[in-house]
Design a protein around this ligand. Structure first.
Ligand code: C2E
Ligand code: MG
Ligand code: MG
Length: 596
């Protein structure tokens, strides 16, 4: 914020003068006398109009005639003084009666000064000038106070902001070093606030933040300062002679108080937070360094599963540095052509034929070799890089599938994974359309895989559901990936157009021929998919026992290391070319394609 600009604007504003008089000649005279002085003049012909205009314009001065039909000047004055917004408005009463009694009555009613009609030109100008100057000065001071407030406090919650906390922390550190005390700095961030904010609306989001600010303020130890830095980011500073012990107790208390349900829009919502702690003097002796270290510890608490607190350790900085290097390298991944797609065959169990492939992303890293998605997808997601990367994946996958088709291989369905950030981006629709147009691939040969949690993030505005419906109308298929791991509620199956469920490998892993109990979830998912008329694909099939079980329970398609690891496009071409000779996948010829 540019404070000088705000102040200048205020000084340049004209003073507003409200002239109240029932006689047109008097109003005209005042106008003649003042209109060269650079004021903004407003007129009222009677008491009621005067009150309305005063309320609307908040003038710097009111010239108020006493004798008016209807509501007279005394009454106007009395009512103005009773109105908190206008109680301070400078009022000069104008009267023809130069008698002591009227003046006394005027003072009782709250007038600041008097003038008599007819006006003495010089006197009128001088008085108006002096009163408006005083009033403008007062306003300036108020503005300055407001600016100081804005520079140090968060306007939504009224808590100190980052500026003020840093200043107080510096003072506290000075004192602590003299008195050999410790200081704890907590960085606190609400978990998944963005999702809540998007789904319940910003107004409710603001209410939630105020409620949390209130809870924090009332739950910290006496003498601690709570500040709001931005969005859902808070910080707490606390001086103590045993900071490690005290802050552990405080952090636990804060986590528990935050996770008490809040009622928003009539719904009970539970919010959790992640907290990082740094301690003076162990983790630094400078305010900004302590805040940064607390923040690093907070990020670690989030990675470790949220709703927890974490003390800063020196290794975290090494970790943060590694991530920074990764981020910098990831930025160049597209321009340096380091992304690769591998394709894992999906097998129709009855025939052993390959009916589809899932495109799986790899990063051919110049130093570390082939990296798997678990090493970089979530970082790319945080950085927003997943959008251009996802676009590259879609285009490459569609082109590849069309190419196999043109090479004369049987039709394959190409499955492409879509992440949460991509799904939230309304451009996804256009990206898919463009990839299909450019590659000339039949939309029926493309399937998008979304996880349950990705779908659930759309709960607010249904934009995502509409987008999926449009894609499906074009022929593109929609699959739910890792089915069964995300949410217990199945209601979203009704809300989203879905073609396929992919049973998560965790359930397939549990399959044993001996105990149907262990395999109950897989059986239930297959049955449910059939009753909803959905296809079902089993993921992570690694042994023949699982295969036979799935076939027995009418799961039609499976994917897993038993059949093939993800392969490069050349390897898939070779596999497809060899298929008529080598035969389709059967339990007897499974030894091939073991890699990656
Ligand atoms: P996913 O979509 O559930 O993909 C299946 C994962 O299981 C793949 O891991 C695959 O290699 C692995 N897999 C396949 N068969 C077996 C098996 O028999 N046993 C076991 N234990 N694992 C098997 P990968 O390639 O490491 O991918 C991991 C995840 O990364 C994927 O899970 C997907 O969520 C994500 N991902 C991959 N490619 C992309 C992409 O292009 N975009 C996005 N947004 N995410 C991707
Ligand atoms: Mg997948
Ligand atoms: Mg999966």
């Amino acid at each position: 914020m540019d404070f000088r600009a705000i102040r200048k604007k205020h000084v340049n504003d004209k003073s507003i003068i409200l002239i109240v008089d029932d006689e047109i000649v008097s109003r005209y005279t005042v106008e003649m006398l003042l209109n060269t002085e650079g004021y903004h003049l407003i007129f009222a012909e009677g008491g009621t109009e005067a009150l309305q205009k005063a309320e609307t314009f908040i003038p710097d001065l009111m010239l108020l005639d006493v004798m008016m039909p209807g509501m007279d000047g005394f009454e106007v004055c009395r009512r103005l003084r009773a109105n908190p917004r206008l109680a301070e408005l400078p009022i000069v009463m104008v009267t023809a009666l130069d008698d002591r009694e009227s003046r006394l009555h005027g003072i009782e009613m709250g007038a600041d000064d008097f003038m008599t009609k007819p006006f003495d030109r010089a006197e009128l100008r001088a008085r108006v000038r002096s009163i408006t100057r005083l009033n403008r000065y007062r306003r300036l001071i108020e503005t300055e106070e407001q600016l100081v407030y804005l520079a140090n406090y968060d306007t939504l919650t009224g808590l100190p902001n980052r500026n003020l906390l840093v200043e107080r922390l510096r003072q506290t550190l000075d004192r602590a070093s003299r008195n050999q005390q410790g200081v704890a700095v907590l960085s606190l961030d609400l978990d998944s606030f963005q999702i809540i904010n998007d789904s319940i609306g910003h107004e409710c989001g603001d209410k939630l933040l105020c409620e949390m600010a209130q809870r924090l303020t009332t739950s910290v130890a006496a003498g601690a300062t709570v500040a709001r830095f931005s969005g859902d980011e808070f910080a707490v500073m606390h001086e103590s002679n045993d900071p490690v012990k005290e802050v552990s107790i405080m952090a636990q208390r804060l986590l528990s108080i935050i996770s008490n349900p809040v009622i928003l829009n009539g719904h009970e919502t539970v919010v959790t937070a992640s907290i990082g702690v740094s301690i003076y003097p162990n983790d630094g002796d400078e305010a900004l360094q302590l805040l940064k270290n607390a923040n690093t510890a907070m990020s670690r608490a989030k990675e470790r599963g949220k709703n927890s607190y974490q003390f800063f350790t020196a290794e975290m900085n090494t970790f943060a540095l590694k991530r920074l290097i990764l981020e910098n390298q990831l930025r160049k991944v597209l321009s340096q052509d380091e992304l690769r797609l591998y394709y894992q065959p999906q097998i129709e169990l009855e025939s052993g034929r390959i009916v589809g492939v899932e495109a799986l992303l790899r990063w051919q890293h110049p130093e570390y070799g082939l990296l798997f998605p678990s090493h970089f997808i979530s970082v790319a997601e945080d950085m927003g890089l997943i959008i251009p990367i996802g676009e590259w994946v879609l285009r490459t996958a569609c082109h590849q599938n069309q190419q196999w088709l043109e090479m004369g291989f049987p039709l394959l369905c190409m499955s492409v994974n879509v992440s949460s950030r991509q799904f939230k981006n309304p451009d996804l629709l256009q990206t898919v359309k463009q990839a299909l147009i450019d590659s000339q691939l039949d939309p029926n040969l493309l399937e998008l895989e979304l996880t349950e949690s990705v779908l659930m993030a759309d709960s607010g505005n249904h934009q995502g559901a509409a987008m999926l419906a449009e894609l499906q109308a074009m022929g593109v298929k929609i699959a739910i990936d890792d089915f069964g791991t995300g949410y217990s509620s199945l209601s979203y199956l009704k809300r989203f157009p879905v073609n396929t469920l992919k049973i998560d490998k965790a359930f397939v892993e549990d399959i044993t021929m001996e105990s149907e109990h262990e395999s109950a979830i897989t059986i239930a998912i297959i049955a449910m998919a059939h009753s909803l008329n959905l296809s079902v694909i089993a993921e992570g099939v690694e042994n023949t026992e699982q295969w036979q079980f799935l076939e027995k329970h009418h799961c039609k398609i499976a994917q897993g290391f038993l059949f093939s690891h993800p392969l490069s496009s050349e390897e898939i071409s070779k596999l497809l070319a060899d298929m008529p000779n080598a035969g389709y996948f059967t339990p007897l010829n499974l030894s091939k394609n073991k890699k990656r």
